[in-house]
Design a protein around this ligand. Sequence first.
Ligand SMILES: NC(=O)c1ccc[n+]([C@@H]2O[C@H](COP(=O)([O-])OP(=O)(O)OC[C@H]3O[C@@H](n4cnc5c(N)ncnc54)[C@H](O)[C@@H]3O)[C@@H](O)[C@H]2O)c1
Ligand SMILES: N[C@@H](CCSC[C@H]1O[C@@H](n2cnc3c(=O)[nH]cnc32)[C@H](O)[C@@H]1O)C(=O)O
Length: 416
Amino acid sequence: MSNVKDMSLANEGIRKIKWVQKHMPVLEHIKKEFEEEKPFEGITIGSCLHLEPKTVNLGLTLQAGGAEVAMTGCNPLSTHDDAAAGAAALGLKIYGWREQTDEEYYEAIDNVLSHKPDVIIDDGADMIMYLHEKRRELLGNIKGACEETTTGVHRLEAMHADGVLKFPVIAVNDAYTKYLFDNRYGTGQSSLDAIMGTTNMLIAGKNVVVCGYGWCGRGVASRAAGLGANVIVTEVDPIRALEARMDGYRVMKIREAVQIADLVITVTGNIDIIHGDDFKYMKDGCMLSNSGHFNVEINRQDLEAQSVSVEEVRESIEMFTMKDGRKIYLLADGRLVNLAAARGQGHPAEIMDMSFAVQALSAKYIVENDLSLSVEKAPDAIDYDVARLKLKAMGIEIDDLSERQKDYLSDWREGT
Ligand SMILES: NC(=O)c1ccc[n+]([C@@H]2O[C@H](COP(=O)([O-])OP(=O)(O)OC[C@H]3O[C@@H](n4cnc5c(N)ncnc54)[C@H](O)[C@@H]3O)[C@@H](O)[C@H]2O)c1
Ligand SMILES: N[C@@H](CCSC[C@H]1O[C@@H](n2cnc3c(=O)[nH]cnc32)[C@H](O)[C@@H]1O)C(=O)O
């Protein structure tokens, strides 16, 4: 039994699911293999991933492999109600709707766990945390879990270091075919897309401050620069700061950057990137958005404390009027803008094709192996399979090493 907003949206949801399927060739290939092999016969898989058409296609792939699949969203604002209804109509067990309260969000996680999953697929580690804290009686059923994102992997590594984690986890995020493309090109495109769609504002000529120059930050900076922005990067890591400088961006301290920013995009996975007095130095009209994790990168409480009023001036845009009359705009409640803004569509289907292919193959790997308790990257074989399948789907062929080249590369005797 599912619990979604409105089943009458199912047909529209199915239309959108069919559209993304046309653009997820790797996952479709895996789905066909799963249909024949049935690796998940008798297995239940519970997921906590942004619930939208591409994710539903992952659910259908696991279902094709014989799994019972129960799914909820991993952010109270990111569920697409039509896709959720479509998924329920297609036989997945779906819990959740857009704009859940925190209580409803965790209730939906609890509902998925009530299916007694053997494998968990999480994004951000909320389901795994909840399971360890509130549903400990189910811990023994879990054969392993897959984690989708950087911050989730960090949280799980911290749990493991504290000796709390009770089952093995595959850090799907750490596969090359995930972070090199999803975090970089996916976050780059979908964040700028969501910001432009939400604000209907020009990027060219603006001072765009990108906080964090990791995989997401690199993608966001490159897209903003491609649209004509003057990109400024802030960092705490000297190597990444240097890399940003040599990639052609200005690098400075956050306190300096906020004074000239027209638009700030945080992508650090850290807390309090913009906080306290930072708001006092901002120009009138400065826009703030987050594409990193949770809604803690921009400290909303500090912003509220310094403002005299808050008004939703357009869908997913709140205007804070400061005591001195300046206006500061916060997009999507400071939650990740590419998924939580009403206009946010998440990453392109071609990108999630790879991320979810790694998820599907990692889930199969968990079921087929007795993994030891650890947080480990997916095996390289999965990464290379996904890359090969993607190239094939794109009609790209590459060369093979000749025997002579292999010998040369493994021989230390040949020099000048
Ligand atoms: N919006 C999305 O769709 C999406 C996609 C992938 C990842 N993410 C999330 O985005 C965040 C970043 O992911 P990533 O893969 O780029 O991680 P990363 O570790 O590669 O990069 C994070 C960077 O932020 C920097 N940083 C940390 N604290 C900082 C501070 N106070 N000021 C400036 N820089 C700081 C770090 O030095 C690092 O270079 C994570 O929370 C991840 O879960 C979001
Ligand atoms: N619970 C956290 C989740 C972080 S989302 C970051 C992850 O979202 C994933 N993601 C980005 N776009 C999509 C999408 O369209 N569908 C499903 N997942 C997506 C992406 O793989 C990335 O690692 C939060 O809400 O803040």
